[in-house]
Design a protein around this ligand. Structure first.
Ligand code: PLP
Length: 381
């Protein structure tokens, strides 16, 4: 695991602390989730819910997850045997890859990819096969021929993250249909990371891959409360999959963490049932924050790509006279008092992302405005 020593987030957060810069690097909100949900967690602790919950998760959360899948997507999962509660989506992805991949198996990933994927694949002794997302008409997209060409005799699974971090792309029905067709043709398992399922903008719709014909039986669908309810520190996620796949994931999960923390589970079950209006308001709010930050970045001279989902905006730094995102983000605190993340660290082939830098907009308006004011200095250099 040597190549996974320190992450860019640790480096950039330390840089923000050292320089007093505004941290638009790491993607976590600076406001809390629904108050009634927070109260439920506190009440659970006060009420004595402090011992190990069942390994698969508290029945009421599994039930609430199953109801939510059915209401939103028409997907029916049995809360007993097809839903597993995990320590965030991160554990769900790692346990799934460890459960389903043998050493030497290949896993397709769209790059740039969420950083834990590479580590999870490495932990399993599997091999990642990157397929590039490239800017086409203002959004990052893949070339279906390239995706097809990446499949080989050892390909076991494909990791699909939509809405996609770090690009903000939400895969279209056509793109998902191409992935679904490939999975069926080559008998691949789809591992879908849908943590931003509710955070899409401009009327763009998130469609789970499992809703495509023939896909429910070969998809491990993953989500989490962290992004949906602005509670990234709660690390409460879940897997929905057919019984054999769920059992396999649980047999790994039981030796990673055995079970997930109890108080958050009842609070999240409550939120899934009663706080979706709060989530709708969050989505409107985030959409306005996206526009606010995009405006500031454009005014500062960045090339700005419009994301359809997530917390993140991708920018092209070349109009500002820079070519390398790592050098740029290391200098940025001094140049403008802001911290961002160089997109190239999310690639196996960094040359595809050299000139892109990611900014997070899940912050209070005054923080975004102050960052925009500071970044305006770049254009005046
Ligand atoms: C934030 C994030 C996660 C982590 O989710 P947790 O529930 O906090 O483990 C996983 N995948 C993506 C794409 C994310 O952005």
């Amino acid at each position: 695991m040597r190549e996974f020593g320190t992450t860019v987030f640790a480096e950039m957060t330390a840089l923000a602390v050292r320089t007093g810069a505004i941290n638009l690097g790491q993607g976590f909100p600076d406001t809390d989730g629904p108050p009634a949900m927070l109260e439920r967690a506190a009440a659970a602790i006060g009420g004595g819910l402090n011992q190990y919950p069942p390994g698969p998760g508290m029945p009421e959360l599994r039930q609430a997850v199953a109801e939510h899948r059915k209401e939103h997507y028409g997907l029916v999962y049995d809360p007993d045997g097809e839903v597993l509660v995990t320590v965030g989506a991160t554990e769900a992805v790692s346990a799934t890859v460890l459960a389903l991949c043998e050493a030497g198996d290949e896993v397709l990933v769209f790059e740039p990819y969420y950083d834990s994927y590479a580590a999870a694949i490495a932990l399993a002794g599997a091999v990642r096969r990157p397929v590039a997302l490239r800017p086409v008409d203002g959004r990052f997209a893949f070339d279906p021929d390239e995706l097809r060409a990446a499949v080989g005799p050892r390909t076991r699974a494909i990791l699909v993250n939509s809405p996609h971090n770090p690009t903000g792309t939400v895969f279209t029905r056509d793109e998902l249909a191409a992935i679904a067709a490939l999975c069926q043709e080559h008998d691949l398992i789809a591992i879908t990371d849908e943590v931003y399922e509710h955070l899409t903008y401009d009327g763009v719709e998130h469609v789970p891959l499992a809703t495509f014909p023939g896909m429910r039986e070969r998809t491990v669908m993953i989500s989490s409360a962290g992004k949906t309810f602005s509670a990234t520190g709660w690390k409460t996620g879940w897997v929905c999959a057919p019984p054999a796949l769920t059992t396999a994931v649980q047999s790994v999960k039981q030796f990673l963490t055995f079970t997930a923390s109890a108080p958050w589970q009842v609070a999240v079950a409550y939120a899934l049932r009663h706080e979706l209006d709060w989530v709708a308001a969050l989505r409107r709010d985030l959409s306005a924050k996206r526009d606010r930050l995009m405006e500031g970045l454009s005014a500062a001279g960045f090339g700005v790509l419009r994301p359809s989902g997530t917390y993140f905006v991708q920018t092209d730094i070349r109009p500002l006279g820079f070519a390398d995102g790592i050098a740029f983000t290391r200098e940025l605190p001094e140049l403008a008092g802001v911290v961002a993340i160089p997109t190239q660290v999310f690639y196996d082939r960094p040359e595809f992302g050299r000139h892109f830098v990611r900014f997070a907009f899940c912050k209070r308006d005054e923080v975004i405005d102050e960052a925009a004011t500071r970044l305006a200095a770049l254009g005046r250099r």
